[in-house]
Design a protein around this ligand. Structure first.
Ligand SMILES: Nc1ncnc2c1ncn2[C@@H]1O[C@H](COP(=O)(O)OP(=O)(O)O)[C@@H](O)[C@H]1O
Ligand SMILES: [Mg+2]
Length: 306
């Protein structure tokens, strides 16, 4: 069944460029599937957004936004109020997942291991009163490694907070050495775990979105027990955080003392990236699902949840 699909893209969060890149692939896939795909660059002009939604009257909205307002329940609330079906998670699932502090707490209650961590002010960090290094500083509500700093030892310079665009409170976590593991969950079911090895050693914004900056290993070549645990925890996280559609949960795997090592949950992404270098398309491809089939599934999933 051909549908009119409005693709929300861009947005006005720190991840605007990621969203624009992801959405190009989605638009192409929708067109090749025979849908009527309408791109809509979301700006701060909410009236224009409402007007476009009212004018186009889409069968479904494909939410291609990332980060604040697009991934945290805000846009989802607007679509609920306008009674328009949309892809990915709903208001609650998006809000719970996007807040790393809430997601950590809820997952920890399910028995999922999380790195020791706490919420601190920028002032606490500047005065080096948080925890002994190594530790990681990250904004509570962002993605794509935006605002991430790793303080490996006492000599590592602290980030310059003079132009810090995020909240004054940040999450500080113990740095977990080892490997980078991510799991895609579709329809509540884990589709597989992938390992990413960034050449620079850090999975930062550049390693995520520049070709040739990281190696992807699918399936992740880790101990079977750890692999199974990653799948199980990703499914649990997806469920406890009330997510729907597709999510991606990120983990660190500390095998520095041998295999099987210790797995640590970092976060669940309710709007995982769909760029050519993104992990969800690669994980599902390993299960025989093409990019087009993934996009088609998300459209149908959005429609049947209405
Ligand atoms: N506690 C930690 N220990 C080691 N590395 C971490 C830790 N937290 C984050 N990182 C690194 O930073 C990356 C981004 O962190 P993450 O929590 O997934 O936030 P986001 O992807 O939303 O920016 C991770 O993929 C990982 O490479
Ligand atoms: Mg992440």
């Amino acid at each position: 069944m051909k549908k009119k699909v409005l693709v929300l893209m861009g947005g006005f969060s720190a991840e605007r460029e990621v969203s624009l890149s992801s959405s190009q692939g989605v638009l192409k896939a929708l067109e090749s599937l025979g849908h009527e795909a309408i791109p809509l660059d979301v700006t701060r002009d909410i009236r224009a957004l409402v007007h476009a939604l009212e004018t186009h009257k889409p069968d479904v909205v494909f939410n291609g936004l990332h980060g604040k307002w697009g991934e945290d329940g805000c846009i989802q609330g607007l679509l609920e109020m306008m009674d328009i079906p949309y892809s990915h998670s709903g208001v609650l699932g998006s809000a719970l997942s996007m807040n790393k502090v809430v997601a950590r707490k809820m997952c920890s209650l399910q028995g999922i291991r999380i790195p020791e961590g706490k919420v601190v002010s920028l002032k606490d960090i500047a005065e080096r009163r948080v925890m002994p290094p190594p530790y990681v500083i990250k904004p509570i509500n962002e993605g794509s490694s935006v605002g991430l700093s790793i303080i490996l030892d006492k000599t590592t310079p602290l980030p310059d907070f003079s132009n810090w665009p995020f909240e004054d409170k940040v999450l500080v976590e113990r740095y977990i050495p080892g490997r980078e593991i991510q799991v895609a969950v579709l329809n509540g079911k884990a589709m597989g775990a992938i390992e990413i090895r960034p050449h620079s050693g850090v999975y930062d914004y550049e390693a995520k979105y520049t070709e040739g900056k990281a190696i992807h290993l699918m399936p992740a070549p880790i101990h079977k027990e750890a692999y199974e645990q990653a799948l199980e925890w990703a499914e649990k996280a997806h469920q406890v955080l009330e997510c729907t559609g597709v999510t991606r949960s990120d983990f660190r795997y500390d095998d520095t003392e041998g295999e099987p090592g210790k797995l640590y949950y970092l976060e669940t992404n309710p709007q995982p990236g769909l760029t050519p270098l993104s992990l969800v398309p690669e994980i599902v491809a390993h299960q025989g699902m093409s990019y087009e089939q993934l996009v088609q599934w998300m459209v149908e999933d959005a429609l049947c949840r209405q």
